[in-house]
Design a protein around this ligand. Structure first.
Ligand code: ZN
Length: 411
């Protein structure tokens, strides 16, 4: 919904620009007769159209603005906006026709030409014509090298096609144009792109290059967790187990919320290093710091089960289940452990007691920008294409204090 209101805001801003920017250009010769351009802006249809746009009634806005546009068929901005509205309604072919016909007009100035091409590029992108969209945005940049909208769209198209290096260059340009206020956001995006480049190098088994990329990602933005996870994997491949353990431990310090991404890896590497006890210590530390953290409990339970201590494991799993009844992994671990214990009646009864009043639901990962849901944690949202916007939505037990709920929301 914020996307729609954002688009509407831009459209309204464009129309207001029409009303002020060209106020001096009152009269215009169209097909042999003088047209009073003020008539368009003074026509009730123009104002009506704006009102409908603000109210989000796109169909009525189109109807009114089309009527306003018949008063001055030459008004470029009005046709431009109408084309955009067709696209927003999903009539991509009609939008393309509208914008293409504007390109045919003689005497378009540089900025008008760039604006029309930008709208056409957006039509192509919406219609899935990737190559044509890339060409249109590139043409905009030839006319107007600092056009941020063209750069942002180009970057997203490059990311969609996994052209990470190209996307990186585009983001660098954007960062330069936007200047310092936008820097943290750009740094974070660049870090995620470095991480993707590192993954590409890993696929090619170029471990040195991969390590360099992941390190660069962490330097750009120390909160980009996948770079730590993958850098540890590279260190294991290079035979540097202590190095891997160190980088994974650092990732947990940076983001305890995402500790579980490193837990299984650490369990393996501690065992290979012959320092098994470090794993149990780490899980206990995590659980103590965040009482509702379930993955550390589940990981420790699995560890204890594998070491022949299922009775201690089942207690941890019951605790985890009370906090997170929706996590299927806990239920599976509980039944595994109960079977290992030969299904003692009193423990089965406790399980039923704990789950009796629980609420179950799917897709706990939620994009905080567009509310897209996913069963797994994603680093880039497939819907709004933003980086690092997923949080895990949890069912809040009725016993929680208000302060705890607020910290949950803030997070
Ligand atoms: Zn999203």
């Amino acid at each position: 919904m914020t996307d729609v209101s954002g688009i509407l805001f831009v459209l309204v801003a464009l129309l207001v620009g029409l009303a002020t920017g060209k106020a001096w250009e009152r009269y215009k010769l169209v097909e042999g007769r003088w047209i009073d351009r003020r008539r368009v802006r003074q026509s009730p249809y123009f104002i009506l159209g704006l009102n409908y746009l603000v109210g989000g009634q796109v169909d009525l806005a189109i109807e009114a603005l089309e009527k306003a546009s018949t008063l001055d068929p030459g008004a470029l901005e009005l046709r431009l906006v109408l084309g955009n509205l067709y696209r927003e309604k999903g009539q991509v072919g009609r939008a393309i026709n509208e914008h293409q016909s504007l390109l045919q007009r003689p005497r378009l100035n540089r900025i008008e030409h760039a604006n029309v091409l930008l709208c056409l590029g957006l039509d192509y992108r919406r219609g899935g014509f990737v190559d044509r969209a890339v060409a249109a945005f590139s043409d905009v940049l030839k006319l107007d090298p600092n056009n941020e909208a063209a750069l942002v769209n180009l970057e997203k198209l490059q990311e969609d096609q996994h052209q990470w290096q190209e996307a990186y260059v585009t983001r660098r340009r954007l960062a330069q144009i936007a200047g310092p206020p936008d820097q943290p956001k750009s740094q974070s995006i660049l870090a995620f792109l470095e991480n993707e480049l590192g993954l590409q190098a890993m696929k090619n088994e170029d471990w040195t290059e991969a390590a360099r990329r992941f390190e660069a990602a962490i330097d750009l933005d120390s909160s980009v967790i996948p770079a730590y996870v993958h850098l540890g994997d590279v260190r294991v491949n290079q035979g540097d187990l202590s190095g891997a353990a160190a980088i994974w431990e650092r990732s947990i310090d940076v983001s305890p919320d995402r500790a579980y991404l490193a837990l299984q890896r650490l369990e393996r590497v501690y065992s290979d290093l012959g320092t098994d006890s470090r794993f149990a210590d780490l899980c206990r530390k995590l659980t103590a710091a965040t009482p509702r953290e379930w993955r550390a409990r589940a990981a420790l339970a699995r560890h204890l089960s594998s070491q022949g201590q299922p009775s201690r494991a089942i207690e941890l799993l019951f605790e985890a289940l009370e906090h997170n009844p929706h996590a299927l992994a806990i239920h599976q671990a509980i039944w595994n452990t109960l079977s290992q214990l030969d299904l003692p009646r009193h423990l089965v009864a406790r399980y039923i007691q704990i789950t009796r009043e629980a609420v179950f639901y799917l897709d706990p990962h939620l994009c905080i920008r567009c509310r897209y849901r996913s069963t797994e944690l994603l680093w880039q949202c497939p819907h709004c294409h933003e980086w690092n916007t997923f949080v895990e939505e949890r069912i809040t037990p009725a016993t929680d204090t208000e302060a705890e709920i607020l910290t949950g929301v803030a997070r």
